[in-house]
Design a protein around this ligand. Structure first.
Ligand SMILES: [Zn+2]
Length: 334
């Protein structure tokens, strides 16, 4: 279906997804996937894969290190061992919330909680959308929830709020690599607050690369580049096809750096420090050695950054923004 909306001028693809549909869309590096409200208040579940290797896909768990709700400027990462920037949130108004806790709704949940023999749900909608690329229900992964208004309540835990997204709201996701992106209309709409107790359409569009988007892609890929990513691609293994697990009799353990080596280090301490350390250890009920390690790591967590300096990568402003977010993530989540 074509959509007549000024927000999609210049797009190479535009379509309206009716309740309860989803679509697998190829979004090339530097292109922007725009997901837009039509009437407002509709929650969208989202999966994404590396187009060149479906085993590398969005990891909501690792992206969550930057917060349980991402805002404009946030980055979605792929699963380790890759851990590469997959999508960058280039636009998200404050009325549109996101959630990285709800993994996705599924039929078993609605059957057990509400007694439905089958209710529309995101597991099945995503599975149907990715079937176009011969992916299976097993390949559906935890969802990045867009236009989903949740919060952590000290007493009640994870709670749903009325969906605050307006009809004018949209999110822009810039692809840092060629990606298969899968937005779906969340099927929980009529039985939860997440989509304001109804099911509504959403619009999706793919916009061509711009100078800004390409600059960000270069900056992000440079900034987050690691040796581990290169090794992950080099050591890619064939994909196992049998479902049952059977022990491989030829297996020989080959853990790296195991067993670990322990080296005694002499640490010169200022006068009176050992007594304080012994007192602290006694109070905490741990050994003096553990106490010294705990103090050192507590200090390091607050004061030391493990970030390598990467001068000259991309635009300075983008680099600063990334560095600030990344440092916050490290201090909060390590
Ligand atoms: Zn859902």
């Amino acid at each position: 279906m074509t959509v007549d909306d000024g927000r999609f001028a210049g797009a190479r693809h535009v379509e309206r997804l009716q309740p309860v549909e989803g679509r697998a869309l190829e979004v090339k590096q530097g292109e922007t996937l725009r997901i837009a409200q039509v009437e407002g208040g509709q929650c969208v579940d989202f999966n994404a894969f590396n187009l060149a290797d479906y085993k590398e896909h969005m990891s909501v768990g690792h992206s969550r290190r930057m917060g349980i709700s991402l805002e404009e400027g946030g980055v979605l990462f792929t699963n380790p061992p890759h851990f590469r920037p997959l999508l960058f949130i280039a636009h998200l108004p404050s009325s549109a919330k996101t959630d990285l806790i709800g993994a996705r709704c599924h039929a078993a949940l609605f059957e057990r909680r509400l007694g439905f023999d089958w209710h529309t749900n995101c597991q099945d909608t995503i599975a149907e959308a990715i079937r176009q690329y011969d992916l299976t229900p097993d390949d559906v992964h935890d969802s990045f929830n867009i236009f989903m208004n949740t919060r952590i309540d000290p007493e009640r835990g994870w709670v749903f709020e009325w969906n605050s997204a307006t009809a004018d709201d949209h999110i822009d996701l810039v692809a840092c690599m060629d990606a298969l992106c899968v937005p779906v209309v969340c099927g929980s709409g009529d039985v939860t607050m997440l989509s304001n107790a109804f099911l509504r359409p959403i619009d999706v569009a793919i916009l061509p690369p711009t100078r800004d988007s390409m600059e960000f892609v270069d900056a992000a890929n440079g900034f987050f580049a690691t040796e581990a990513q290169a090794r992950a691609s080099e050591h890619r293994m064939p994909i196992k096809s049998a479902r049952e697990l059977a022990r491989n009799p030829a297996y020989e353990p080959a853990f790296r750096r195991a067993p670990i080596g322990v080296v005694d280090l002499e640490v010169p301490l200022p006068a009176g420090y050992l007594e304080r350390l012994e007192h602290e250890a006694d109070r905490a009920g741990i050994s003096v050695e553990d106490c010294a390690r705990r103090l050192m790591l507590t200090w390091a967590q607050v004061n030391a950054s493990t970030l390598p300096a990467r001068p000259g990568v991309g635009g300075a402003a983008v680099d600063d923004e990334l560095r600030a977010r990344w440092e916050r993530g490290h201090k909060g989540g390590m």
